[in-house]
Design a protein around this ligand. Sequence first.
Ligand SMILES: CC(C)(COP(=O)(O)OP(=O)(O)OC[C@H]1O[C@@H](n2cnc3c(N)ncnc32)[C@H](O)[C@@H]1OP(=O)(O)O)[C@@H](O)C(=O)NCCC(=O)NCCS
Length: 178
Amino acid sequence: MYKGTKVSLQSLERKHLSKCVEWLNDPEVTETLSMSEPVSAESEQRWFDSHLKDEHSKILAIETMDGEYIGNIGLHDIDLHNRKAELGIFIGEKEYWGKGYGTEAVLLGLKFAFEALNLNRVYLRTFLDNKRAQKCYEKAGFKKEGILRQDMFKNGDYLDCIVYSVLVKEYFQRVSTG
Ligand SMILES: CC(C)(COP(=O)(O)OP(=O)(O)OC[C@H]1O[C@@H](n2cnc3c(N)ncnc32)[C@H](O)[C@@H]1OP(=O)(O)O)[C@@H](O)C(=O)NCCC(=O)NCCS
């Protein structure tokens, strides 16, 4: 569907869900995600069924060029009046962390957001101490907007988040200059 040199983005299908359940019950993966509750196969199936009907959310599977499924990237809260959405990503296969797969997946996610969905702004939130994610987003062209104080409750604490965004004009500027 969307192809780079390390990863492609494919539509998320029922066959992907068992891996999602495995990853979303791995504390190392979920440590830097907003979700905190364990996920069952049944709850994941229910989530998938409701996702299929949800016009305000698009989630794609991230696969390596060998076809290995390694994570998900999604646009959430798609707002067609203001033409914006919130991006979320996780790579569940931990051996792929820190090797450029996330950055390429984010760039392809932006291509989808701006070139297919015609959005104007893509934003995201990440925990203040998630340095790997911040580097990944900055490499993909996201600009830091500011800090949301105590934005998310996680492991008994309210955590600050950084908001990042990319505008469509910045995306196309980057595409045109390579
Ligand atoms: C966040 C995530 C999608 C990034 O994908 P990735 O493939 O690991 O990221 P990339 O390799 O493209 O970029 C990460 C960069 O941070 C660097 N990095 C890794 N660990 C780091 C750390 N602790 N501090 C600072 N930089 C770090 C990497 O070296 C790389 O930079 P480089 O290309 O200059 O070497 C992935 O790590 C992930 O899914 N993590 C778990 C879930 C998560 O945090 N999701 C995001 C929630 S907002």
